[in-house]
Ligand binder design. Structure first.
Ligand code: CA
Length: 462
């Protein structure tokens, strides 16, 4: 795979579903949803990375199902909104960008969340780690969106060590339920793992549990010091020349250790065989700082249409990071289909000509890394998929994207010593919030569909 290139914007990343259900006493499995942040597609062992070993994630891939045809949005908030609502971001008005800390909006209150549905079905629900679905008023925060407990931060990112965040204003961002807390010096990935283990150890196994463990890793921390990891893990990667890559690899290693620790805690508690564990990331790695582009894509079977690429399209291709040969560790065996063989990289030759913003078609069965444009061979498929995109576009809601509010400045909420990010506005009209709360109380098991509509969300209906 010396010449292998992978296109980093490909947002389908690594969805892994491990289903080892025997069923709890009431036939409802525990659900552990582990969400990584900005984890690169090629930065896990089971996808072929020889540079960053991820034995615990690989083990899940070996035991479970790898969702290689599973797509996410290219940014934090839209993907998280989909996970929490079951709807595509264009049907939430939240497709445009991410929520900045001082922006007064969030996942629309009329949406019934995954946690609300599961809570109505008898689940105990815990949110740990990053929220990033809005918090300008209390109704948008996890405890009001179906979670029994929350331990984590409300915004997009924080310093991994002191848990503060700067976005227009500065403040700490860490809470135990509603209470602002300080945990200076405890690395964020470790902190959230400890909390997850605590919740598992304290759980009454006769009740099904939904744990949403949304790590910050491997998202950047802050502009001054974007990549942060424990020194002992950074040292493991001294064979990598690029110091930033060393730190990033250590951040991913810490995340992998967390997956192993959570799984062990479930096993020790006797819950593992009654659990569905889902591991995914909200979007791919961001080697240039950002990883979204202004184009659209749609799938039908093995065909994927990409429309409206800008002239940075080819910059999205990266060579695989080299490592010593043989690697300094034993690579875990992976499922035979886990590592995607990209074929020969031809330095852009034969790739889609992005200059004219034309539509490009790829046959993923032959060309999983989307090197070769075959639109000229299948004009009818191009037409059909373009029409389908137009249909979806016609169903999109207007974007909600308000200006930042100075009222959000954490300095307005100084406690005895410190400033914390938190809700800054009282909601006058609570009707949508109350309606969704009431809707979830009426949920019956058979009615749970999480808002997914086959016409809208599956390319199988094309
Ligand atoms: Ca992200």
């Amino acid at each position: 795979m010396k010449s292998t290139k992978l296109k980093f914007w490909l947002p389908y990343l690594l969805g892994i579903l491990t289903s080892i259900c025997k069923a709890t006493t009431n036939n409802q499995p525990h659900i552990i949803f582990i969400l990584a942040d900005d984890l690169g597609w090629d930065d896990v062992g089971f996808h072929g990375s020889k540079q960053i070993p991820t034995p615990n994630i690989d083990e899940m891939a070996n035991e479970g199902v790898i969702l290689n045809n599973y797509y996410v949005s290219p940014m934090c908030t839209p993907t998280r909104a989909s996970i929490m609502s079951g709807k595509h971001p264009i049907h939430l008005g939240i497709q445009h960008f991410v929520i900045f800390a001082a922006q007064p909006y969030g996942l629309p209150l009329k949406e019934v969340t995954t946690a609300q549905y599961l809570k109505a079905l008898g689940y105990q629900t815990h949110a740990i780690g990053k929220w990033h679905l809005g918090y300008f008023s209390e109704e948008y925060t996890p405890l009001k969106r179906g979670f029994d407990s929350f331990f984590g931060f409300l915004g997009a990112k924080e310093d991994y060590w002191d848990h503060s965040s700067f976005e227009d204003y500065w403040g700490y961002d860490l809470r135990d339920n509603k209470r602002p807390i300080r945990r200076d010096g405890i690395y964020a990935t470790d902190l959230f793992t400890q909390e997850a283990i605590k919740k598992i150890n304290a759980h009454d196994v006769s009740t099904p549990m939904f744990m949403y463990l949304a790590h910050q890793a491997a998202h950047s921390a802050n502009q001054k010091d974007p990549l942060q990891a424990p020194e002992h893990l950074i040292k493991k990667f001294s064979f990598i020349k690029d110091k930033r890559r060393q730190k990033y690899a250590a951040m991913v290693t810490s995340l992998d250790e967390s997956v192993g620790a959570v799984k062990k805690a479930l096993a020790d508690k006797g819950m593992l065989h009654d659990s569905v564990i889902i591991f995914t990331t909200d979007n791919g790695g961001a080697p240039y700082g950002f990883n979204w582009r202004n184009f659209e894509a749609i799938r039908k079977g093995n065909f994927k249409l990409v429309v409206g690429m800008d002239d940075t399209y080819e910059l999205g291709w990266h060579s695989r990071y080299p490592t010593s040969n043989p690697p300094p560790w034993e690579k875990n065996p992976t499922l035979p289909g886990a590592e995607i063989k990209c074929g020969q990289w031809t330095n852009g030759k034969g790739m889609c000509d992005s200059k004219d913003h034309k539509a490009c078609l790829f046959n993923l069965a032959d060309d999983p890394c989307e090197y070769k444009d075959v639109s000229h061979l299948h004009p009818q498929v191009v037409l059909e998929l373009k029409e389908r995109l137009n249909y979806y576009r016609s169903t999109a809601l207007p974007v909600v994207y308000p200006m930042i509010s100075p009222d959000a400045d954490p300095d307005h909420f100084k406690g005895s010593e410190h400033s914390f990010w938190g809700p800054w506005k009282t909601l006058n009209d609570k009707s949508e919030y109350l309606a969704s709360k009431n809707a979830c109380n009426q949920v019956q098991a058979k009615q749970v569909h999480l808002g997914l509509h086959p016409m809208t969300y599956s390319n199988r209906t094309l």
